[in-house]
Design a protein. Sequence first.
Length: 391
Amino acid sequence: MGWFNQIFLPTFGINLAIPTPITSSPFFFLPSFHFLMRPPRFNQASLFHIELKHRIKTYFAETKLSPTGNSALYFKALFFIIGFVSVYIHLVFFTPHWAPALLESVILAAFAAGIGFNVMHDGAHGSFSKKEWINEMAGLSINFLGANVFMWKTKHNIAHHSFTNVADHDDDMNARPLLRLCPTQKKYSIHNYQHIYFLFVYAILYLYWVFVTDYKKYISRKVGSIAIKPMTWKEHVSFWGYKAIHALLFLVLPIYTLGFNTWIVGFLVFSIATGIFLSLVFQLAHSLEETTFPLPDQGTNQLENDWAVHQLRTTANFATSNKILSWLVGGLNFQVEHHLFPNISHVHYYEISKIIKATCAEFGVPYLEHPKMRLAIASHVNHLRNLGSRH
């Protein structure tokens, strides 16, 4: 069963050479990346993880479902893409009055985030479709929005999914110096107020991502503790080519049709809204009061748990009973399911969550979740307040 190997022996959607194990766990692999510092190791696979994989495998075998996307996902992808293109065309070529234009800029941001959550994210993990070329096309949607899928896969699929909440390895925790997201990061006096100003930081995330961090990674050739694998000439051309396309679509063309003053207001509203939408959804999964921030043993470099239990202690769900929210955010409120099985499409998260939750209860493994999004936000704010008030 080829799809089973792709999902349960994941290479996280990166098409590289045969993956090399970096942990004693027999089921967890990383591609052959060069680490700038010694990567932590996980304990041997627990009986919990072995049994959980068996139950999820049995679920797909009995239901005869493909673990990748389905027609409902493809309809949703078309909805977000067509919606984005339609609003973009109306804003740029049929300039509305300033009030509806500002509203449409926020709507455009919502469609952009929707593409990221539902299309790009599944595509980059190889779960959007059975066909690899379709996954690649879905992943490339992030390039048209200004980011770069090559950099994203290294940062998200490899660094974040492998070493979730491990300082200096999970690059998603790096918002320094503006935010202190884990206890081992250096505290500055400004962090005393980070629970108040954090939304302003999230507001600039999209702009900083598109216009700064991608280039920093490209030049430094590293993401956190991982050295980016050498790019082929095609990947270099792709990086600069898509950056040029984004500049044409979001800077040159709208400035030409709307004028600079009108463009800058609309673009900032769009960028700020996009940053907030993206940041809130992803931060509510890991930067919480309930999640842990494990450190490897200084001598052995060994982490306390196996990889699966590590994911469950560092990841939380929110508002999983809210079907509208789940639809909009591409199942990213089911972060536990996503982290345990990153190559399964989000359209299956609701059903497999029942299996995962029951298995966790049976083995006494934590299953972290907030029933409401507002409770997850409150936990995130408290986490920021706690880290800002202590060393």
